[in-house]
Design a protein around this ligand. Sequence first.
Ligand code: NAD
Length: 497
Amino acid sequence: MTTSINHWIGGASVPGTGGRTADVTNPATGEVTGQVDLASQDDVQAAVAAATAAFPGWRDTSLTKRTQILFAFRELLNARAPELAAIITSEHGKVLSDAAGEVARGQEVVEFACGMPHLLKGAFTENASTGVDVHSTRQPLGPVAIISPFNFPAMVPMWFFPVAIAAGNTVVLKPSEKVPTAAIWMAQLWKEAGLPDGVFNVLQGDKVAVDGLLTHPDIASASFVGSTPIARYVYETGTAHGKRVQALGGAKNHMVVLPDADLDLAADAAINAGFGSAGERCMAISALVAVGDVADELVAKIHDRATGLVTGDGTRGCDMGPLVTAASQDRVSGYVDAGESAGAKLVVDGRTVQPDADGKGFFVGPTLFDHVTPDMSVYTDEIFGPVLSVLRVDTYDEAVDLINANPYGNGTALFTNDGGAARKFQNEVTVGMIGINVPVPVPMAYFSFGGWKNSLFGDTHAHGTEGVHFFTRGKVVTTRWLDPSHGGINLGFPQNT
Ligand code: NAD
């Protein structure tokens, strides 16, 4: 018995009209658990129409009322977070504790957005010119599109929609068709929190839905997160259709270990950042750069830890879950084959893992390569699986050159006890998010999240003040209350007196 997963339009569950659906699977068992609607053009029209109709009323709802609804959403989410975590585990496969962590990090953005009255405060200058006052405001854009990836079914949409909604926009969220249920669950929670119908809509689907949103004249902006080729396409298509776009792409994140680092702490960090969520994180560490003579000892320590990890069904208290689909499993295994053929030393082989799970889940266990070189596909490509590659370099400068030559620039980490080296590193690397002895440096909600180079197309990062800027546009009002002394004709450019 499978469930049917529909759109959420105008405050209600709405079945798709095109007759196209996709299977949704439980990655830990391989079982098909549902069929998700894939939007037709008519479905796109209906979702955008609902968001467009709801916009004037929501834009004009007072900030006090808007934020009261955000606070209500926060309270409901706090009370019911385990339900959402269970949905994430059942469709994505990540272990329950990791899913709960994802919900908590998304909730931080809801809490940030609860402060929207303060964030939207403009500036006022009295008597800028004689008898003339000037003030600035920021106003919402209109109906906005959010297109999210499979790997964070709740957190990534929450990077955007709390800020968008609190600022007075209406939303059409297009979740990944691999993990569609979390978005519907959050839509129901918004309704319970008192959000007017049509302010938050969910359009299920694939490229048809994305293209429909990117080219729709009533959609004001697109916030996208996914792989780099699609991010580039979304940026180019959206901007060509007059939209404001922020498109976050893929990653290849390096962790550099200097000779003075504590190697036990570095090995723990490499395990957590390399194999957490089965490596399906855009901030996962996939390249470990060992500087000087640390490599042999570090690789041995990572080996011992990796072989002790339990891979299996995320509901059973394992360390690591499955990959999201059978196709991902094949793809990741293919990279392990390629790394071996290219001459890298396979220290731990995840292809032979014995998972703690029933059925035919999509498992690849923790995999560790040593002696990887920059020309190998295990280094050049974003594998998006539990594959950690160790590269050996002689100097700090070689490590930084490697990072800066990489086309991605999402996150990076340095492990050292040398403050001077850390300060130099954070200044020199061409990467957006940097951890000093922090392997997964995901910024807090009140800072902004985003990479450099091929990891982000657009000018603004997600949430924090950049997120508020993205979802609003500025106006400056210059005011003079006229009296008879202001009469007279003067065609010159206005000058201040
Ligand atoms: P994906 O690019 O396959 O899909 C992302 C979204 O785009 C989905 O909603 C999908 O339905 C849609 N899509 C897929 N193909 C499309 C097409 N041809 N045209 C238009 N839309 C299309 O990404 P994914 O596999 O779901 O997610 C993993 C990727 O996301 C990884 O590359 C990861 O690094 C990246 N990611 C990046 C960040 C970040 O902050 N930079 C965060 C999370 C994930």
